[in-house]
Design a protein around this ligand. Sequence first.
Ligand code: KG4
Ligand code: ZN
Length: 342
Amino acid sequence: MKILGIESSCDDTGVAVYDTVNGLLAHRLASQAVHEAFGGVVPELAARDHIRLMLPLVRTVLEAAGMAGTAPDGVAYTRGPGLAGALLVGASLGRSLAFAWNVPACGVHHMEGHLLAPLLESDAPAFPFVALLVSGGHTQLVDVAAPGRYRIIGTTVDDAAGEAFDKTAKLLGLGYPGGPAVARAAESGDPGRFRFPRPMVDRPGTTFSFSGLKTHTLTTVDAHRDERGDVDAQTVADIAHAFQEAVVDTLRIKALRALRESGRARLVVAGGVGANRRLRERLDAECAENGFEVFYPRLEFCTDNGAMIAHAGALRIAAGQHVTDGGFEVRPRWSLEELSPI
Ligand code: KG4
Ligand code: ZN
């Protein structure tokens, strides 16, 4: 069964074809450059750019999959969570194509897409596992008993990890998107110069909070401004390093705690921050030391992409969980716990 997948929850237009027999056939991503000047995603511009980019991308991907002129066996699109206007573009196109082709359609949960993305790799994790979902909008620890059976065991009370990276990058004048920029700057940071607090690690449980760390970063930046209000490049690198270490440590400590408390033996890491090299390094070491296995999607499938939507949608469509009528709705806010088992 060949399923076309469309991702449009935020500022990336992603399209892919996943075949339930042969795996991923083709995938393409168009990252929207229009937001750079604003230092963050502008929802209305995101929606307009999805309209401009999506249909040509669908054509390109169908051609690349060797399916030009033929219909797929189903269409999956991101139904939520995400920006309402952006989601509506993918949902309306996805449902229209499915209706025209007379094939089933499936509205996919964006975070389920992320969570199942490691299954696209050759060393796919077996169920059950604990998932650490770290993206621009979410920071969650999820107990995954089986596909579709999700229990959220830890979440953030304020900022998401990716959001904290983005805000720190803005503060340090490192541009957008912030995560890769902070990680790059951190490479030349002096590890001995600053030590930032590890939020919430001294408290029991698996709840995250990043707003205190954000304030600490802001205070440190302000304390190192020169007469002109600038911060020198080495200090920027040192702060980026201290910030990244604090976030990575917090995620690592809570993820290991979730593994121990849930009794699961495997950890899956997904979402944009899962591309962070330092996070992977620390989780690899800590899991190996404690007898846990850890799995990640390949780097390009950590951040938003169409492949994860085609894949999750294919699993649900193959299980008969699809719609065939012409209407559609999106779910800008939608909990993983509302999903049904696959
Ligand atoms: O999953 P994603 O592409 O979109 C959402 O669903 O939110 O995640 C984007 C987030 C952004 O906040 C970005 O700064 C962060 O992931 N990110 C990173 C890295 N690459 C992307 N954060 C830290 N290190 C990275 N290498
Ligand atoms: Zn995402």
